[in-house]
Structures are given as structure tokens and as C-alpha cells.
Design a protein around this ligand. Structure first.
Ligand code: PLP
Length: 343
């Protein structure tokens, strides 16, 4: 009720029977129930500065990632880490390279801090163009961002492609691998390579698989020296994460039932979605994530008007004069409604 009165765009926030949110790649089943229970039980610790949860959390993360605690940096969502890494590489200014379109929320920060950039369009297969990114390297290039799978396309580069790329570029350039959607693939995270390639840093999030987009939790995996340097930009590392979220994150990792449910649904709904697009002659890009990128080129009606009338929140447009757009994968019922609406 408070939100209904006080927040003008409450409709965007609420998950009810009316509005279907297929816009932010959120978890259609909400938050892991085990995490929610732990969060409710930990509310009473809200008055305490926490050290214990942070420790347990780091140990658990280290265990599931088969890495050391020294390789980890936790934060209130991975966006925060993209921001921190951007600030770190911007210290002496320089140049950065990003694919387009991609999840480049840090781009304005880097520019504001005085960095120059090269923006590299996807290749004709809608894949991140590693060769062009490499040939755009300048003397003062500090950062190359790769999102894998990429948002908004869902395209996945193989480990070999990325590893070859890292090997082939100067090792003073930080390669930021954003793996927000890697859990939706069967491909292993690159996190096991951070001790081999000291310039590699991987970011992960709990927002998608575990349903923590509102609770906020993410982490980075890097060489201990890289993590140590990033921590120099923080007065108290991890202070932005609430005890409640930490307790939830610890529990979420054990909620195998929820994880299986989410991944099974994602696969089933993705197959359904691609086949419904195919039936309608709509071109899609193979997706390794929890959303699908498709072209409105052959769509004869007003797509966005139809979504609005049906209270379905869809994505924005990208590339080729806005010909492409993205739809997040919801539950099967939500996707049936979506296809009824756009038909
Ligand atoms: N990276 C990518 C590729 C994303 O798509 C998103 C959110 O949609 C994020 C990072 C941000 O996630 P977080 O909620 O962890 O800040």
C-alpha cells in the first residue's frame, strides 16, 4: 500500500497478476525459497555490523567456485563491481574497448573519468567481434569488456575463443568478463583461469539464477593482486551488502531444488519461445541465457503498442535502426500470454 501511494511507477515494480515483466531478465519464480526463509530469520540481526555472515559467505563462494577467498570480492550486485573496476582502470585515464550492443552501464562513468573508447559492433553472426576488439587496441588501452553470454543477444563465446583472445593481447590490459548469465549454459566459468591470467577478472551475479535482483548480491573473481588493488578503492569491502542479503545468499547456494526448477523452466520456455518465433517467421539469435534476441523486421503489427495494452513489459530496441529487441523468458504461462498478445 505504501508503494502504491508513494511510488509513481509502482506498476513497474510490482509482480502481480496484471503486469508481466519480461524486460529485465529477472527470475520468473522470484527468490529462492530457502534464501527467503534465511532472510526472514536474519532480519533480527539488522542492528549489527556483520563479520560472521561475510566470512561464511566467502567460504561458501570459494568452495562452489573451487577458488581461494583471496580471489573473491563480494558486493551488492555485479553492477557495483563493474563500476568499481571501471574506477580502478580509470585512475590514470586511458582507453577502453566495448562491444555493441552489450551491458555497458559503466561506459558513462569511464568517459566521465576521462577515458576514451572504441565501440565495436557485433559481427554479421551477431557475435562479439573479438578480432576487431583486438585490432582496436591502442597503446593506452586499459580495459576490454566481454559479456558472456552477451546481453542482449544471448550469444556465447567458447572458453577456447576467449582464452586465445586473452593470450593474444598485452597482459597489462584488464579483460573484464561479465558472466551474469553463465549459469544458464553448460559452459564452465572462466574463473578457474584468474591465477593463470592475472589481467582477467570475472563478475558473477545472484540476480538471475537465485532471484536476487532486488536483494542485490554479486561477486568478482580475480587474481589476489587484482582483488587487493580493487579493495583499495573501498573503505570497508562488502559494507554495502546487508546482513539480510548475505544470509539469503548463503542459503540460496544450497537450494538445489530451486536451481533445478529455474534451469529446467528456462530450457523448456526457451525452446517454446524460439519455436513460436519460428512459426511467425521471426528471426532469432540462438540464446545461451534467460532471454531471446529477435528481429522485428518481418513483424507487420505494432509490437510495443500490443505489449503496452496487455500490460506486458518488454525490452528496448537495438541495432540496425532499432530492428532488434529482446524478450526475457518468464514462466510458460507468461510466454503463452505473450505470444497470444503479439500474434
Ligand atoms: N551484467 C549483465 C550482463 C546484466 O545483464 C546485468 C543485469 O541485467 C548485470 C550485470 C547487473 O546485475 P546485478 O543485478 O548483479 O547488478
Amino acid at each position: 500500500e505504501f508503494f502504491a501511494k508513494e511510488t509513481p511507477n509502482f506498476n513497474l515494480l510490482k509482480k502481480d497478476n496484471e503486469t508481466i515483466r519480461l524486460c529485465f531478465n529477472e527470475n520468473p519464480f522470484g527468490t529462492s525459497p530457502k534464501a527467503l526463509e534465511a532472510m526472514q530469520n536474519s532480519l533480527r540481526f539488522s542492528s549489527l555490523y556483520d563479520f560472521k555472515f561475510a566470512d561464511i559467505l566467502s567460504e561458501k563462494l570459494a568452495e562452489i567456485n573451487q577458488t581461494k577467498k583471496e580471489n573473491l570480492l563480494v558486493s551488492a550486485g555485479s553492477s557495483f563491481l563493474l563500476e568499481l573496476i571501471t574506477k580502478y582502470v580509470s585512475i590514470n585515464k586511458g582507453h577502453f574497448i566495448i562491444p555493441d550492443p552489450s551491458f555497458t552501464i559503466f561506459e558513462p562513468i569511464a568517459e566521465f573519468l576521462g577515458m576514451s573508447k572504441s565501440v565495436i559492433p557485433l559481427n554479421d553472426k551477431k557475435k562479439i567481434d573479438l578480432a576487431k576488439m583486438k585490432s582496436s587496441i591502442q597503446k593506452d588501452t586499459k580495459l576490454i569488456y566481454i559479456c558472456n553470454p552477451n546481453n542482449p543477444t544471448g550469444d556465447l563465446l567458447s572458453r577456447a575463443e576467449i582464452e586465445n583472445f586473452i593470450k593474444s593481447i598485452p597482459d597489462n590490459i584488464i579483460v573484464l568478463m561479465d558472466e551474469a548469465y553463465i549459469e544458464f549454459t553448460t559452459q564452465k566459468s572462466l574463473s578457474d583461469l584468474v591465477d593463470v591470467y592475472k589481467n582477467l577478472i570475472v563478475t558473477r551475479t545472484f540476480s538471475k539464477l537465485y532471484g536476487f535482483a532486488g536483494a542485490r548480491f554479486g561477486y568478482a573473481i580475480g587474481h589476489p593482486k587484482m582483488i587487493e588493488n580493487l579493495k583499495k578503492l573501498q573503505s570497508w569491502s562488502g559494507a554495502e551488502i546487508s546482513v539480510v542479503t548475505m544470509a539469503g545468499a548463503i542459503a540460496a547456494m544450497d537450494d538445489q531444488e530451486f536451481i533445478t526448477k529455474v534451469l529446467d523452466n528456462n530450457k523448456k520456455v526457451k525452446d517454446f519461445t524460439i519455436s513460436e518465433f519460428n512459426i511467425r517467421g521471426i528471426k532469432t539469435i540462438p540464446s545461451s541465457a534467460n532471454f531471446v534476441y529477435f528481429s522485428l523486421e518481418n513483424y507487420k503489427s505494432d509490437y510495443f503498442k500490443k505489449l503496452k495494452e496487455a500490460k506486458i513489459l518488454g525490452g528496448k530496441t537495438y541495432e540496425e535502426k532499432g530492428k532488434w529487441t529482446r524478450i526475457s523468458l518468464g514462466t510458460i504461462e507468461e510466454m503463452r500470454k505473450y505470444f497470444d498478445v503479439i500474434s
